[in-house]
Design a protein around this ligand. Structure first.
Ligand code: GSH
Length: 237
């Protein structure tokens, strides 16, 4: 069977890996994880014992976790279409650098806002502090990216990369948490976000998250359930 991406809804950072698969243009399947339906099926521990998405079940049945690892894996498969680079090249290093920044500093900036989302019982002062900490950290990240995008079309330069795919998933969180209008303070970043929103791969991932049945570029071979994958998972347990 094709590789299977486990993606989480709602609002999962796995969104970027769906976009990456669409840009890659090789056959794949998806497995949907409803993240709010706790506890998750214990079978998922065979995919990722940390109970997180994304995870990519490779063709030979071995799971690969962590967004950075998944995106670098997909990039390596995409060298012919300009998405991946030879290890040791400048381009490879720049992709690693940007993915690491997005997956650590930028991702973590939203942490206080997700805590606020999950901990409804917190008092007003605590809520306000979390919101302020989150907003400040995200603003700092946006200022950094806006500065880079003032001088380049895409996060790495003149061509799109899987860093842009990953960013497309995280950027949605600015609007979700109602932080600010990027157009006002970060016009270059806002331009980039508009471009990504118009991208067919991003629109495909949005439709998937909404539970629709988009066809995309034709490489998506359909959903599969965790239960249907059980025999493949057990073999690697
Ligand atoms: N370091 C991991 C973090 C993945 C992660 O935090 N995933 C979240 C969604 S963005 C998740 O699955 N959370 C599980 C939950 O909410 O129960 C990565 O970058 O892939």
């Amino acid at each position: 069977m094709e590789s299977v991406l486990f993606y989480g809804v709602p609002h999962g950072c796995s969104f970027g890996s769906i976009v990456a698969l669409e840009w890659l243009g090789q056959p794949y399947r998806l497995c949907r994880i409803e993240m709010l339906e706790q506890p998750w099926d214990p079978l998922y521990a065979k995919v990722n014992p940390l109970y997180q998405t994304p995870a990519l079940l490779l063709e030979d049945g071995e799971p690969l976790t962590e967004s950075q690892a998944i995106l670098q894996h997909l990039a390596a498969r995409g060298r012919e279409v300009g998405l991946g680079f030879a290890q040791g090249s400048r381009e490879f290093d720049r992709l690693s650098e940007m993915l690491a920044y997005l997956n650590t500093d930028f991702f973590v900036a939203f942490g206080p806002l997700w805590t606020l989302y999950e901990r409804q019982e917190l008092g007003g002062v605590q809520q306000e502090l979390l919101r302020q900490l989150g907003r400040e950290a995200v603003e700092q990240g946006c200022a950094h990216l806006d500065g880079l995008l003032a001088e380049r079309e895409w996060l790495l330069g003149e061509r799109r990369s899987l860093a842009d795919a990953y960013f497309s998933g995280l950027a949605r969180w600015i609007a979700y948490h109602r932080l600010f209008d990027p157009q006002q303070a970060y016009p270059h970043l806002a331009r980039h976000m508009r471009r990504l929103q118009a991208d067919p791969g991003v629109q495909f991932a949005e439709a998937i998250e909404r539970g629709e049945r988009p066809t995309g570029q034709g490489h998506f071979k359909g959903h599969v359930t965790l239960k249907e994958l059980e025999s493949r998972l057990v073999a690697w347990a």
